[in-house]
Design a protein around this ligand. Structure first.
Ligand SMILES: Cc1cc2nc3c(=O)[nH]c(=O)nc-3n(C[C@H](O)[C@H](O)[C@H](O)COP(=O)(O)OP(=O)(O)OC[C@H]3O[C@@H](n4cnc5c(N)ncnc54)[C@H](O)[C@@H]3O)c2cc1C
Ligand code: FES
Length: 268
């Protein structure tokens, strides 16, 4: 059950001028959060921006011993810029945890899974990597971005999963292989690796390509989708996406984690 809480800003770490991690006190949201959940945050002051903004709960962690939620944010507009400027101690209205998390309860210690991230799509995969590591489930990370600065929190992923399980791709070749993250993943499949499930978050173009690869390889997937959201809990219908059964599904309530086989990619 989601709660609306006022959570204090504990720390902001700026990676570069476009990306930062925001840590807020965990409140009662922290213990209820599962990998893939998100929160709606009042990102500015007054009416700018008017609506809350959606962010994946990237991690449930501690800051100087205080239980904390981490959000990893890319600045794209007024809300994400305002959130970056809040001073330590500022109370932030946060509604969460929201949505359907990644399916992980059915995984066995003998399973091997893949995590595929594009750009800021790393966010929901951090807590997933931490949780899988704690359960002893082997996970390979395939993470791509435009350049090295786009590929965030590498140290955390390598600590949770092991450096040998983390592979990177960048458009300009500044980190890892030059090219797309889906090419990295295709190479792994060509090497004969068989994944129990593939968890992914990234831009729509990455999702489309990955959905095709998974269908061809008959692999199960769970994609943390994004859509522009006004309410975050199934009321405004602003976030719907077309499904193969002809329906439209609310990404905030029936997602954000959905099976790619259920999405009608041609109509999206
Ligand atoms: C479930 C969910 C989880 C998300 N998790 C994260 C996260 O962990 N980190 C992160 O940085 N961002 C995340 N986002 C995207 C984030 O919500 C948007 O970047 C944010 O709402 C933009 O707000 P703004 O006021 O800065 O931009 P605005 O000034 O409102 O818009 C700037 C530009 O961003 C586009 N935009 C606005 N909202 C979205 C959206 N929801 N998706 C895609 N484009 C949008 C607008 O069309 C416009 O082009 C998530 C979105 C969803 C739905
Ligand atoms: S954001 Fe309002 S219904 Fe999904």
């Amino acid at each position: 059950m989601a709660v609306n809480e006022s959570l204090r800003v504990l720390r902001t770490i700026h990676y570069d001028e476009h990306h930062y991690s925001l840590f807020v006190s965990a409140g009662t949201i922290g213990p209820k959060t599962k990998p893939g959940h998100f929160a709606m945050i009042q990102a500015g002051e007054g009416f700018r921006p008017y609506l809350r903004r959606a962010f994946s709960i990237a991690d449930v962690t501690k800051v100087a011993g205080v239980p904390a939620l981490e959000f990893v944010v890319k600045i794209v507009g007024v809300g994400t810029a305002a959130l970056a400027r809040f001073a330590e101690g500022t109370p932030l209205p946060v509604l969460g945890p929201l949505g359907v998390p990644f399916p992980i309860d059915d995984l066995l210690p003998s399973d091997r899974v893949a995590l595929v991230a594009g750009g800021i799509g790393l966010a929901p995969l951090v807590l997933l990597a931490r949780t899988l590591a704690a359960r002893g489930i082997a996970a390979d990370l395939f993470y791509g971005g435009r350049n090295e600065n786009d590929v965030l929190k590498r140290a955390d992923f390598e600590r949770f999963l092991g450096p040998h399980r983390c592979r990177y791709a960048t458009d300009d070749g500044s980190l890892g292989r030059r090219g797309r993250v889906t090419e990295l993943f295709t190479n792994a499949l060509a090497g004969g690796v068989r994944y129990r499930r593939v968890y992914a978050c990234g831009p729509v173009a990455m999702f489309r390509a990955l959905a095709e690869l998974l269908a061809e390889a008959k692999l199960e997937g769970s994609f943390a989708m994004e859509s522009e959201m006004a309410c975050g809990f199934g009321v405004c219908l602003g976030c719907v996406v077309p499904m193969v059964d002809g329906r439209f599904a609310t990404i905030c309530k029936e997602g954000p984690c959905v099976s790619p086989a259920q999405i009608d990619w041609a109509r999206l």
